[in-house]
Write a protein that binds this ligand. Structure first.
Ligand SMILES: NC(=O)c1ccc[n+]([C@@H]2O[C@H](COP(=O)([O-])OP(=O)(O)OC[C@H]3O[C@@H](n4cnc5c(N)ncnc54)[C@H](OP(=O)(O)O)[C@@H]3O)[C@@H](O)[C@H]2O)c1
Length: 283
């Protein structure tokens, strides 16, 4: 099965390189700018296509690895070509295979294939891909073929429903980009306390890494510690009195979520006063 890529960016280069190394099945690249496709082809020792139609002809599976907003325009170009029997995939986390809503008329099969990973480098990220879980959804009669393609490159996969893609992508944002924002809030407050930029890593790393490790080892409930779990209303009240603006609201909202965990961990504890405090502090 030959695989071709439309879009020679970070995901296209990374996935293509992995396919080539593990299965020698890469047809090559077509991209908006010819130099991108040429560089990707050189990197992966595959072919640079100047013409989209030729890439489609020479590929059994086509990955559309362009920005999300461009996927439909690429689909609109290729759906009029001879694509019957081919697998057409995109890699968006938030869009489902429904973007290929009229694919049945073409005889091709549509899928979304999404790595749960920040792919940040065109030339290095392929080494990280096997650590990620790939979610796939799409044509139920042919999804086994996409599964086999990914598994043959050593990738972990999970089949999900197209109906939950937006929620699934939102969940991924919660545990990736939004964690970055949470760390920013902590850093901003530590800066007010007088911490230097050099000290920031030492201050945050053991807390952050220790918590992440623990949550992954034993789950959120067992990993939870701190004033909310201890039902320490006085401390939480002082934190709320000290923080202002967005950081205060972030603290309050996340404390309410933390309280849900604490309540299910200690059903015998009466957290009602703490709960009332957090609710009453709503801006
Ligand atoms: N990066 C991530 O962390 C990540 C993770 C999971 C999923 N994804 C998904 O993967 C897909 C690609 O993302 P990316 O991060 O690889 O993007 P990217 O690095 O910006 O690469 C996109 C590539 O597509 C080319 N392109 C843009 N419009 C095009 C068009 N109309 N026709 C042909 N080629 C076009 C670009 O242009 P040039 O030819 O000018 O270079 C570029 O090479 C997206 O759907 C994204 O949601 C990304």
């Amino acid at each position: 099965m030959k695989v071709g890529f439309v879009g020679a960016g970070k995901v296209g280069c990374s996935l293509g390189m992995l396919f080539e190394i593990t299965q020698h099945n890469l047809a090559g690249y077509y991209s908006r700018t010819s130099t991108s496709a040429a560089e990707a082809a050189k990197f992966t020792k595959s072919k640079h296509f100047q013409n989209l139609e030729t890439l489609i002809e020479e590929s059994d599976t086509v990955f559309i690895t362009v920005p999300d907003d461009e996927i439909i325009s690429v689909w609109n170009s290729i759906k009029h070509m001879h694509i019957a029997g081919k697998m057409i995939c995109h890699c968006s986390g938030s869009l489902s295979s429904n973007v290929f809503w009229d694919i049945e008329e073409t005889g091709a099969f549509g899928f979304s294939v999404h790595p749960l990973l920040a792919v940040s480098d065109r030339y290095r990220s392929y080494q990280e891909l096997s650590k990620a879980l790939f979610t796939i959804e799409g044509n139920e009669h042919h999804i086994g073929e996409i599964k086999s393609l990914l598994e043959a490159s050593g990738l972990k996969i999970s089949v999900i429903s197209g109906d939950v893609k937006t929620r699934y992508h939102g969940a991924a944002v919660l545990c990736s980009n939004l964690v970055v924002a949470l760390i920013q809030a902590a850093e901003d407050e530590l800066r007010i306390c007088g911490f230097s930029e050099e000290q920031m890593g030492d201050a945050i790393a053991p807390l952050l890494m220790g918590n992440v490790r623990k949550v992954l080892e034993v789950g959120t409930k067992k990993a939870l510690t701190g004033p909310i779990e201890r039902n320490d209303k006085g401390t939480v009240e002082k934190h709320m009195d000290t923080f202002a603006g967005l950081d205060r609201e972030i603290y309050r909202i996340l404390s309410m979520k933390t309280l849900e965990i604490a309540k299910s961990k200690h059903p015998e504890t009466d957290y009602s006063e703490l709960e009332l405090l957090l609710k009453n502090q709503e801006d």
